[in-house]
Design a protein around this ligand. Sequence first.
Ligand code: AMP
Ligand code: ZN
Length: 148
Amino acid sequence: MKLKKYINLINMSQDCIFCKIVSGQIPTYTLFEDEKVIVFLDAYPVSFGHSLFVPKKHYETIDKVPEEDIDFLKKLPYIVKQIKKITNATGINIWQNNGREAGQIVPHVHFHIVPRYPNDSLFDFPSQKQLNENEAKDIVKKFNQNKI
Ligand code: AMP
Ligand code: ZN
């Protein structure tokens, strides 16, 4: 067995679809791959070129990624630039779900790269209301007093 494949199997979580993609057990239309990350086309795209940027190591959600492992993200700007170029998209959304309530279906960290086109009426940021001053002060205080 090739060393690279063996390392992927060590980091893999049983029954995780994306780990199976990383280890080659499930085929994808792969755009890019290096030792830390794989980028492939989403099987159910919301727009032309919708891709998934996935670290090869298994972490369930972004808050589980240790600081020393975050460098898989280094390639994100290059991948976005390349996808934008080949699709002629005029905008790109990076979409990242953590937890079931946030819409995460596959519990292996991934970033959706969603090319956007003029008048695609795909989705917009939810409507916003002005920040409440007391709530803001409370959050800032809590954040700084409850260090992990
Ligand atoms: P999320 O809701 O953020 O967990 O999104 C998971 C995404 O993975 C969905 O957009 C699915 O369409 C996509 N997906 C699931 N299985 C595969 C697969 N085998 N190949 C490509 N994309 C997949
Ligand atoms: Zn996994």
